[in-house]
Ligand binder design. Structure first.
Ligand code: GSH
Length: 207
């Protein structure tokens, strides 16, 4: 299995899950915003044939090619059910897990990526720096909603570490790097989960 990725990107969540699941893999670094002639570029035709948007991450396992980080997280979890990354739980617990995954992507991550796009990812003539304040406002609203969705446990779902904890920790790490206002309890959440040996191994791989 190969994971194509890049530092400081959503690739980390997939690497972390691979390490947590104990699955053998090869990590292939990809470069963004370099010329298509560069064989390591996400714009190189070989890479574009796997990931039409020229984004990271991409997971390849035999004939299977996945280009959405959350689909990759679910796939890894199902390959290694003993990891508990997806718990053996009731319908209601699963419904809550799916709700949190959707919320993290659609509400919590969205303002972070909006800021990233308008800071560096979009072509310069498409960037609107005035939206940074809007992103801050939206992030604060999402954090407030999250306070109501999460309990007071060490883990988001039941009593064990799952893909939701990976997503939360990485999303708050991203928010801290992008200088959003992150309440202390979510800084602590990030710190606690990033102390896991699997996170440290993934960090060492991604560089
Ligand atoms: N929905 C995708 C988003 C992938 C994505 O946007 N990746 C960013 C890095 S975190 C990227 O490759 N950006 C390159 C670009 O926008 O040019 C996922 O979750 O995997």
């Amino acid at each position: 299995m190969k994971l194509y990725g890049m530092q400081q990107s959503r690739s980390f969540r997939c690497l972390w899950a691979l390490e947590e699941a104990g699955i053998q893999y090869e990590y292939v670094p990809v470069k963004l915003r370099t010329e298509a002639e560069d064989p390591d570029s996400a714009q190189n035709p070989n890479y574009l044939s796997m990931n039409v948007q020229g984004k990271v991450p991409t997971l390849v396992n035999g004939d299977l090619v996945l280009t959405e980080s959350v689909a990759i997280l679910y796939y890894i979890s199902r390959l290694a059910p003993e990891s508990g990354l997806l718990p053996n739980a009731s319908m209601n617990v699963y419904a809550h897990l799916d709700e949190l995954v959707a919320f993290i992507l659609a509400e919590l991550e969205q303002p972070l990526w909006s800021k990233g796009k308008h800071l560096f990812a979009l072509p310069e003539d498409q960037r609107i720096p005035q939206m940074f304040e809007t992103a801050k406002f939206e992030f604060a609203k999402a954090v407030n909603a999250l306070n109501h969705l999460l309990g007071d446990n060490d883990f988001a779902i039941a009593d064990a570490f799952t893909i939701v904890d990976i997503l939360l920790a990485q999303t708050f790490n991203w928010a801290i790097r992008f200088e959003f206002d992150v309440p202390e309890k979510y800084v602590e959440l990030r710190n606690r989960h990033y102390e896991r040996p699997s996170a440290k191994r993934a960090m060492a791989v991604i560089g």
